[in-house]
Unconditional design. Structure first.
Ligand SMILES: Nc1nc2c(ncn2[C@@H]2O[C@H](COP(=O)(O)OP(=O)(O)O)[C@@H](O)[C@H]2O)c(=O)[nH]1
Ligand SMILES: [Mg+2]
Length: 639
């Protein structure tokens, strides 16, 4: 059996609650104060079995003071029953509620003219004409208009039949989105703990499910699930749902929070949106205006920044804007919302979220931002996703970041990304999605950086990989850097050797003078063997003037890179032949002193043929290389 959620809408005292009661047999006014005063203050719920369809009614308060409560229930409805009393006709909240439904993108519904028992036929046709005029050009144009009396029961049968038709025309919810239930009511049930209710906007909730409560991020478990007052194993998208939660205190939950799949959605305080300001708004919506955002079941305060040079949107006009909120909320691309002025709180605008996790735009980037938002308004999913990826620039977006923006299920999004990849509109860089142009630009930037390093420092073997990452990828995910480097390496443009990145074809080419100098330095160390000069002495001996010392050190570095020289201690370098001779001498000495294999400093001096000045640093170097190990005041020669 299918089920839909129908919301009432209309002015106070027009008979909304009486109508719901007449249809369902249940009084939706549940609070004692509501019963005593005879007015609806908060949302009421009742359901109606129409045979092949189950209607969940969300009965809203009509009083202007309680529009905020109305909004908490109106966001999730499939269709609206716009209620107009025959004896009063269209009144202020008839218009306001209707505007709200229109701005929220409610696509279906009907008009009910109530209290027909109070008027003559001619007044009834007047009200009917008034209603038609109100909805002309909207989603309710041409919708059924059913006159009823809750008191006499007249018209109720026709209303039931019409509700059945409306239900049949209302499309089922898409199965493409992760679980999301904006909470519109919280209470405790004796012995059960916290219970939350709401319209399950998408996904499903089953008994035992682990869920996340946002914006706090608290983990909770669905201990029990009810739909229409009956325990069920699982609630489906589009159903009025009650969930008994384990793992959370009642005081930690409030209306407006969202119950969602774990780890899929995130919170946000900056949203890029498209806004439509109502004709009836008293003035233009201006940048910096403080306002109330109603999204899902939440109400938060924030300020608007109009993304155009005019810095305002006039009544009856629409445009792009950024909302900056005072508290975090959950919002998704394509989600509808309502804007009310801060004071007095009246409905002035509504719109749709384009980028729910936006960044601040600078003044001169406004046009570019608006252009990008225009792309996000296209209906095709692949184009939207491509627009998100493009907007992420050279940082790209990961799957989870795209989920948090779109609310799409992993597999659905992965499918769309795959298609976009085949089309060539998105590149996949190790799980980071990025526009092919940006990826190309990044790769070019890396090659350029390495090239310029070679130019500036021709004797260096390459640019340290980590430096490259910090310079060009400091804000990007590490996967992206890795992917770009792998790409360049597999295309034989770059090689990484010992954490140094160089162009594939790059070899250090020396001038004749430099190559002579290199040979000279090597010869000086080879001749000195185990009593090497200091670096300064060696360079001086090789004829490097004090102004060229830095250059001389680079040449020496090349000898180190090639393995001809070894750095023993600080400024002390050894020629490779000196080192291998020393190893040989030590092993010979050890085999003659088995099994102890011990050598003291005087013995070492004699063996190596060096003075104490060289013996001590040499031994320390041998220790650090694990060729010898200290044993009291002697050394053990390791095998
Ligand atoms: N005569 C008459 N009175 C009605 C009818 N429906 C509701 N009422 C009365 O109108 C008043 C407001 O009704 P209520 O359902 O609370 O209106 P709501 O504020 O729109 O929910 C109550 O006193 C109802 O008894 C009707 O069809 N005929
Ligand atoms: Mg009511």
């Amino acid at each position: 059996m299918s089920s839909i959620v129908i919301g009432t809408a209309g002015h106070i005292d027009h008979g909304k609650s009486s109508l719901v009661q007449a249809l369902t047999g249940k009084n939706p006014d549940r609070l004692p104060e509501e019963k005593r005063r005879g007015i609806t203050i908060d949302l009421g719920f009742a359901d109606l079995d129409l045979g092949d369809v189950r209607v969940g009614f969300v009965d809203v308060p009509g009083h202007e003071r309680f529009v905020k409560n109305m909004l908490a229930g109106a966001h999730g409805i499939d269709a609206v029953a716009l209620v107009i009393a025959a004896d009063e006709g269209v009144m202020p909240q008839t218009r306001e509620h209707f505007d709200i439904c229109r701005l929220l993108g409610v696509g279906h519904g009907l008009i009910v003219i109530t209290k027909t028992d109070l008027v003559e036929e001619d007044l009834l046709s007047l009200v009917r004409a008034e209603a038609e005029e109100l909805v002309a050009g909207s989603f309710l144009e041409g919708a059924p208009i059913i006159p009823v009396s809750a008191r006499t029961g007249a018209g109720l049968e026709e209303l039931r039949e019409t509700l059945r038709q409306v239900a049949a025309q209302t499309p089922a919810r898409l199965a493409d989105f992760v679980t999301r239930l904006p909470i519109d009511r919280v209470f405790t049930m004796k012995g059960f703990g916290a219970v939350v209710t709401g319209t399950l906007v998408s996904g499903q909730i089953s008994e035992g499910d682990e869920l996340e409560l946002l914006p706090t991020g608290a983990r909770v478990r669905a201990r029990g699930v009810q739909v229409h007052g009956e325990a069920v194993r699982s609630a489906a998208a589009g159903q009025r749902t009650a969930v008994n939660l384990a793992g959370v205190e009642l005081s930690a939950i409030e209306r407006g929070m969202v119950l969602a799949d774990v780890g899929r959605l995130t919170t946000t305080q900056i949203l890029d949106v498209h806004l439509e300001v109502l004709d009836s708004a008293p003035r233009a919506l201006r940048t910096r205006a403080r306002l109330r955002l109603h999204i899902g079941a939440a109400e938060v305060l924030g300020r608007v920044r109009v993304l155009s040079t005019q810095s305002e949107i006039a009544p009856g006009k629409s445009g792009f804007a950024q909302l900056r909120l005072e508290t975090p909320i959950v919002a998704l691309h394509d989600e509808r919302f309502i804007i009310r002025s801060y004071s007095p709180p009246i409905t002035i605008a509504g719109g749709v979220v384009l980028d729910p996790i936006a960044t601040k735009h600078r003044g001169r980037e406004l046009e570019k931002a608006a252009e990008r938002l225009h792309e996000l308004m296209q209906p095709e999913r692949i184009k939207k996703i491509t627009a998100f990826v493009l907007a992420a620039g050279d940082q790209g977006l990961k799957l989870e970041q795209l989920i948090a923006r779109t609310g799409l299920k992993d597999a659905v999004l992965a499918g769309a990304l795959n298609e976009a990849r085949h089309e060539g509109s998105i590149a996949d860089a190790d799980g980071v999605f990025i526009s092919p142009d940006n990826l190309e630009r990044l790769a070019d930037g890396v090659v350029e950086a390495v090239k310029s390093h070679h130019q500036h420092d021709p004797l260096s073997r390459g640019l340290p990989r980590e430096l490259l990452r910090e310079r060009l990828f400091s804000h990007a995910p590490p996967e992206l850097f890795r992917a770009v480097m792998n790409r360049l390496e597999s295309k034989n443009k770059l090689v990484t050797e010992k954490d140094l990145v160089r162009l594939c074809e790059y070899t250090v080419e020396l001038s004749t003078a430099d190559s002579n100098l290199r040979d000279k330095i090597a010869a000086i160390y080879e001749a000195a063997q185990l009593e090497p000069p200091t670096l300064e002495q060696a360079l001086e001996k090789a004829g490097v003037g004090s102004a060229q010392r830095a250059h001389g050190r680079k040449i020496l570095q090349m000898l180190l890179d090639e393995g001809k020289l070894i750095r023993a201690q600080g400024d002390m370098f050894l020629h490779i032949t000196a080192m291998s001779r020393l190893r040989g001498l030590l092993q010979d000495f050890a085999s003659q002193h088995e099994p102890e294999r011990l050598i003291d400093v005087p013995q070492f001096k004699e063996l190596a043929g060096v003075s104490r000045k060289y013996a001590i640093p040499l031994l320390e170097y041998l220790d650090s290389e694990r060729i010898t190990r200290r044993a009291g005041d002697k050394r053990l020669i390791l095998k």
